[in-house]
Design a binder for this molecule. Structure first.
Ligand SMILES: Nc1ncnc2c1ncn2[C@@H]1O[C@H](COP(=O)(O)OP(=O)(O)O)[C@@H](O)[C@H]1O
Ligand SMILES: N[C@@H](CCC(=O)OP(=O)(O)O)C(=O)O
Length: 372
């Protein structure tokens, strides 16, 4: 068996609090430098990498002199804000040592549930990747409280994997992988090397966190793998201090626990759109555009649209019909209906002059389009 990471082109790597902060003793700059070096090698192998890093609360606690996790939510938020400065600083200098730029991206689950913010975050991340930058993501703990209580960057990693259609999610933690029981409590527990993502049996063996530093434990990692699999991403859970763990995985070695997605990536996304029966609006396509979509598998450009009906926002799923009214496709619109009405029948190069901004050259990108 080869690691799924070998063929993965776009990867999310999530590192947990206890790893990043050396069990709460302060940022582990040597470990972070090793991951940065390996990520630089992954980029040279042609992979795109997004990092999701926890550790802000743990580092902030250390900096502010709290010896145990404060119970007050606003104290936790204050710790996160202080600690995030340390995280940003250390990632920036570690990646700079390999002539890579890094970017700080703070997100909440609510941002990704909102269609417009979802598309904006997606476009920004794609642009950063195209520019060769390593995005470093954490929760925006200043503006939310639920997430800090449950502290769940495993879920955030999976949401980001869905957001940018990553091929795989690597969760680095303080254990060699998923065991048949919590190895801190049951010394006879053995490592599970591979399983199906979403297998309900896995949820029964995953316990809570074993440390006072991490929050999610194994259960959130199992649920994250299930969620990542809905967009076709495989998950690997491995020990973050394993020698050259990332490059060895990328070379095909199997390390830790591999949780395999059962549905192919594009199929999963298109299935989601095909299941979206309630669409917010419709666009009528001229014969040329119908041909491009149906026979050539191309994106929908504004020039091929003759009419827009209904009210929809950027990111809403809309129906595409031919001039006789027959539905031929469904897809996610890059423009709100009010903007779409202004740019139809125009070439994409005119969008900026008409609207004053350009989201994307396509009204619906082919990856966000499903033929009926
Ligand atoms: N079945 C299991 N296999 C491995 N670890 C488990 C299992 N059940 C619970 N755990 C606990 O989950 C912990 C990892 O979760 P957590 O502390 O939240 O890490 P992180 O900070 O990396 O997210 C392990 O240290 C371990 O004690
Ligand atoms: N935003 C928080 C995330 C906490 C968290 O999810 O921790 P972990 O379970 O170690 O991934 C922080 O940076 O401290």
């Amino acid at each position: 068996m080869h690691s799924v990471i070998q063929s993965a082109k776009r990867l999310i790597i999530k590192v947990g609090s206890s790893l990043v902060t050396n069990d709460g003793k302060g940022l582990d700059s040597a470990a972070i430098a090793r991951w940065a070096e390996q990520i630089a090698q992954l980029r040279q192998m042609g992979k795109e990498v997004v990092l999701v890093s926890s550790g802000a609360v743990a580092e902030g606690m250390q900096r502010l002199g709290f010896d145990k996790r404060p119970t007050g939510i606003h104290h936790l938020q204050a710790c996160a804000a202080v600690g995030q400065m340390g995280l940003a600083q250390i990632y920036e200098s570690s990646f700079r040592a390999h002539e890579l730029h890094s970017a700080q991206v703070l997100l909440t689950h609510a941002d990704l549930a909102d269609r417009e913010r979802y598309l904006n975050a997606r476009s920004t991340l794609f642009t950063l990747l195209q520019l060769g930058v390593i995005p470093v993501i954490n929760e925006n703990d200043t503006v939310v409280t639920d997430e800090i209580k449950f502290g769940d960057n495993d879920t955030l990693g999976a949401l980001v994997a869905n957001l940018i259609e990553a091929d795989a999610l690597i969760i680095l933690t303080d254990q060699p992988g998923l065991f048949t029981a919590d190895p801190r409590k049951d010394p006879s527990a053995t490592l599970i090397t591979d399983a199906k993502a979403g297998d309900p049996a896995l949820e029964l063996i995953a316990g809570g966190t074993g440390t006072g530093i991490g929050r999610g434990g194994m259960l959130t990692k199992i649920l994250a793998a299930k969620r990542a699999a809905t967009s076709g991403a495989h998950t690997v859970i491995a020990w973050g201090r394993e020698d050259k763990v990332l490059t060895r995985l990328a070379e095909g070695e199997t390390i830790g626990t591999q949780l395999n997605a059962q549905t192919a990536q594009l199929t999963a996304r298109k299935q989601w759109m095909a299941d979206h029966l309630q669409t917010a609006g419709r666009v009528v396509l001229d014969a040329g555009a119908v041909q491009k979509l149906s026979l050539e598998g191309k994106s929908l450009l504004p020039i091929g649209v003759v009419e827009v009906s209904g009210e929809f926002g950027r990111g809403d799923v809309i129906t595409c019909t031919d001039e006789s009214g027959k539905a031929i496709a469904r897809g996610m619109s890059n423009y709100a209906s009010s903007d779409a009405r202004r740019i139809i029948r125009h070439s994409s190069s005119e969008i900026e002059a008409i609207l004053g901004f350009v989201e994307e050259p396509e009204l619906i990108h082919r990856d966000n389009l499903v033929l009926l």
